[in-house]
Design a protein around this ligand. Structure first.
Ligand code: TRP
Length: 335
C-alpha cells in the first residue's frame, strides 16, 4: 500500500505561541499518528534568515520550536523530523530549481509584492531593503517540498501560492529533464481555528499580540487577563461569536465544555470569571508538556541528537534523489 506523504516546514523565527499550536502543531501531530501517512516536519532555518538576521534569535528559536514539538508529543520515530540546514542537498536543489524558475513567476509572489508596494507607498525606491533571499523565497520552499516528493503540504492560507509555485517549478523541471518530482498540493484545513491575539487581530508574531505556549503559570494568567474584551458588566449577556476569550475556549474545550461556556455567556458571566476558567482549561492541557519543554530547553544536546537522527533519515531520501537529479542536469564524472 502506498502511503500519502505529508511535509511541512516551520520557520525558526520567534517563540511558539497558542496560535501556532492550535493552527499547526496540534493538527500535524495528530495526523502523524495515522499509519497511512508518512510525515516530514522540519525546522526551516534557512527561511528564518530571510526575515531575521539576529544570530542568537535564529539559534534560540530553533531550539524552542524543536523542543515545543517534542514536548507536545511528536514521536520522532514515527515521522521524519529534521532541520533544513542539516540537509545540504536542499541548498543544491535550490540552485537547480532557480535555473528552471522564471523571474516573472517570482515577481508575482505575494510576499515580495507586498514589500514593493510598501516601498511605493512610502515614496521609496521599489527595491529598498528587498534581498534576493526574499525574492527567491518560493524557490527555496519548492526545494524543501520537491526534495522529498511530498504530495500533501499542510499550510495556512498565506502559503497556498508558494505551494502552487513549487508545483509549477517542479512541472517545468520534469518537462525539461524528465520525471523526477511528485507535484505537490496545498492542504488547508478549514476546521482549524485561526486564533485572535490579545488585541483581537489574528494572533501573529508580526502583530506582537501573541500568547506564547510555554509561559509560567503566573505569566499565562497575566496574558489571558490582557485579552481585549468589551465593557459589558457581570450579569449582562455577552456575544460569544464576538469574543477572543470564547474563541480560545473553543479551541481547547470539548464540545460539551463549549456548549456550557456558550450558556454562561448568555447568562452574563463576568469577563474576569470567564478568563479564570479559560486559564484553568489551557493550563491543565499545557502543564505536562511545559515540564517536558523546560527540561528540553535545559538539555539542548538531547534535542540536537533527535535532529541529527532525523537528518540521517531525511538524507537517505535527499542524497538518493540528488544523485539522479545531478545526472539529469548533466553534472556527473567525466569519462
Ligand atoms: N514558508 C513557510 C511559512 O512561513 C515555512 C516553510 C518553509 C514551508 N518551507 C516549507 C512550509 C515547505 C511548507 C513546505 O509558514
Amino acid at each position: 500500500m502506498s502511503q500519502k506523504r505529508v511535509l511541512t516546514g516551520i520557520t525558526t523565527s520567534g517563540t511558539p505561541h497558542l496560535g501556532n499550536y492550535v493552527g499547526a502543531i496540534r493538527p500535524a501531530i495528530e495526523a502523524s499518528g495515522d499509519q497511512s501517512i508518512e510525515s516530514f516536519f522540519f525546522l526551516a532555518d534557512y527561511h528564518a534568515l530571510i526575515k531575521c538576521q539576529d544570530p542568537e534569535a535564529v539559534h534560540q528559536s530553533s531550539l524552542e520550536i524543536a523542543a515545543a514539538w517534542l514536548a507536545l508529543g511528536l514521536d520522532p520515530d514515527q515521522v521524519v523530523f529534521y532541520r533544513q540546514s542539516d540537509i545540504p542537498e536542499i541548498a543544491e536543489l535550490n540552485w537547480f530549481l532557480t535555473c528552471m524558475t522564471a523571474k516573472g513567476l517570482m515577481n508575482r509572489a505575494h510576499a515580495y509584492k507586498a514589500s514593493v508596494q510598501a516601498n511605493q507607498e512610502a515614496g521609496e525606491d521599489d527595491d529598498l531593503a528587498i534581498t534576493m533571499g526574499l525574492f527567491s523565497y518560493p524557490t527555496l520552499m519548492a526545494a524543501d517540498i520537491l526534495m522529498f516528493n511530498a504530495s500533501d503540504i499542510p499550510v495556512g492560507r498565506d502559503q497556498i501560492q508558494h505551494v502552487e509555485m513549487a508545483r509549477d517549478i517542479g512541472q517545468r523541471f520534469n518537462h525539461h529533464y524528465g520525471e523526477h518530482f511528485v507535484l505537490p498540493s496545498a492542504v488547508v484545513d478549514d476546521n482549524v481555528a485561526v486564533l485572535q491575539g490579545l488585541d483581537g487581530r489574528k494572533m501573529s508574531k508580526s502583530y506582537n499580540n501573541t500568547i506564547p505556549l510555554f509561559l509560567t503559570e503566573k505569566k499565562l494568567k497575566k496574558h489571558i487577563n490582557k485579552i481585549k474584551t468589551n465593557l459589558l458588566e457581570p450579569g449582562e449577556p455577552k456575544d460569544p461569536d464576538d469574543s477572543a476569550v470564547f474563541q480560545l475556549w473553543q479551541a481547547f474545550a470539548t464540545e460539551q465544555q463549549t456548549a456550557e461556556m456558550h450558556q454562561q455567556f448568555a447568562d452574563g458571566i463576568a469577563w474576569g470569571e470567564a478568563k479564570k476558567q479559560l486559564f484553568e482549561l489551557i493550563n491543565d492541557q499545557l502543564k505536562e508538556p511545559r515540564e517536558r519543554y523546560n527540561q528540553l530547553i535545559e538539555n539542548p544536546a538531547e534535542v540536537e541528537k533527535v535532529l541529527q537522527q532525523g537528518a540521517e533519515k531525511a538524507r537517505a531520501y535527499s542524497s538518493a534523489l540528488m544523485a539522479d537529479v545531478r545526472k539529469a542536469v548533466g553534472i556527473r564524472p567525466l569519462g
